[in-house]
Design a protein around this ligand. Structure first.
Ligand SMILES: Cc1cc2nc3c(=O)[nH]c(=O)nc-3n(C[C@H](O)[C@H](O)[C@H](O)COP(=O)(O)OP(=O)(O)OC[C@H]3O[C@@H](n4cnc5c(N)ncnc54)[C@H](O)[C@@H]3O)c2cc1C
Length: 324
């Protein structure tokens, strides 16, 4: 059998974590089918990205073109469809991100390939692709088997798979000529606007103390801030905390906030909805404090404390004093 394509997602000269997660998944799926996996890198001035990828996967296919400098689904689709036609991968993976959600549906229509989106599990039954999709806010998992096809497309939910670390491979870099001719004016990239980052960038923090609606009100935030400070960490939160204006939007963890992977994530009064968990489950150690022993957050926590946070925080503050 042929190969699995993994579309590399990069922005502002940096490969995004979802790519490293897909390298792992893509290779696992390919090897089970006796096939190989290939990272497909489209962009401009991307030699350093290709070299990084070649330490993580056995083959990197590169198309360099000025029109691919910033993500734009029109030229991306043109290039990708031409590569798929040439190499005939039996599966092409993309992230279930703004990037993949924009590109995958129209590529699926153009190629006539079935597409399955937002996958949290992928496998093959014979030559048919099977996927697990988490639906109704994480309450149900749907197992779907796609119709027989010579090629499949799938988008993968970020944060589900572990990342492929560098140095595991020494792969080849294959340059492909760009099939684009001139500029494409259906859609135009105008400018990149970075979301404003407040006083703290929670995505860079090694210790995060995160609060949810369960803290009851903003009057408890100073106590949490004090604890975070004594640990050398920062305060983050769930979405209702932002909706209620207890903390600013840039502190929000979740699918509509930031994805974080700190060494320690302490979740206080957070129930553990999938929209939150997806974006923090890659943390090295998760500690949850919740008075409900059945709260879903305990499903991803390494350590759980079942109690009212107001009883726990003073003890934790005392025990962790000077640990920074
Ligand atoms: C399209 C969409 C996007 C979303 N994006 C995000 C997102 O980016 N981030 C996000 O977080 N959510 C997001 N949500 C919302 C998400 O579905 C949940 O509603 C939200 O995560 C719940 O926040 P919470 O855990 O703080 O509150 P709740 O679900 O209300 O949980 C509060 C928890 O606190 C516990 N508790 C109560 N009192 C105490 C106490 N005294 N001591 C200890 N524990 C206590 C309770 O047992 C409960 O488990 C999104 C939803 C949708 C539909």
């Amino acid at each position: 059998m042929g190969e699995v394509f993994i579309l590399v997602e990069h922005r502002q000269g940096k490969i995004r974590d979802i790519t490293y997660e897909m390298l792992q998944t893509g290779e696992m799926l390919a090897s089970r089918q006796g096939a190989s996996s290939t990272a497909v890198l489209l962009g401009h001035d991307i030699k350093n990205l290709a070299e990084d990828l070649s330490t993580r996967i056995s083959k990197v296919l590169v198309v360099e073109d000025e029109n691919l400098k910033n993500f734009n689904s029109s030229p991306y689709q043109k290039v990708l469809s031409s590569l798929i036609t040439k190499y005939q991968p039996f599966l092409t993976l993309m992230g279930h991100t703004a990037f993949g959600m924009d590109l995958a549906p129209s590529l699926s229509v153009e190629m006539g390939f079935p597409l399955v989106t937002d996958c949290i599990g992928l496998s093959f039954e014979g030559s048919r692709l099977k996927a697990v999709r988490s639906i109704y806010g994480g309450k149900l998992n749907a197992n779907v088997t796609l119709r027989e096809s010579k090629g499949y497309l799938a988008t993968v939910r970020p944060g589900v798979y572990s990342t492929r670390t560098p140095g595991e491979k020494k792969g080849g870099i294959v340059m492909e000529p760009s099939p684009l001719q001139g500029t494409i004016d259906v859609k135009k990239f105008i400018e990149y606007i970075e979301a404003p980052i407040g006083g703290e960038d929670i995505t860079q923090a090694e210790i995060i103390v995160s609060v949810g609606q369960g803290i009851g009100g903003p009057e408890h935030i100073p106590m949490i801030e004090e604890m975070a400070k004594s640990l050398g960490g920062v305060v983050a939160c769930s979405r209702p905390v932002v909706d209620r204006n207890w903390l600013p939007k840039e502190r929000q963890v979740g699918i509509s906030g930031k994805t974080v992977k700190p060494k320690v994530y302490i979740a206080i009064g957070i129930s553990g909805a999938f929209q939150h968990v997806t974006a923090m489950q890659g943390s090295e150690t998760i500690i949850a404090i919740n008075k409900d022993p059945r709260a879903p957050i305990f499903g991803v926590a390494d350590y759980g404390i079942v109690d009212d946070f107001q009883n726990v925080i003073p003890i934790l503050k005392e025990k962790t004093k000077g640990l920074k």
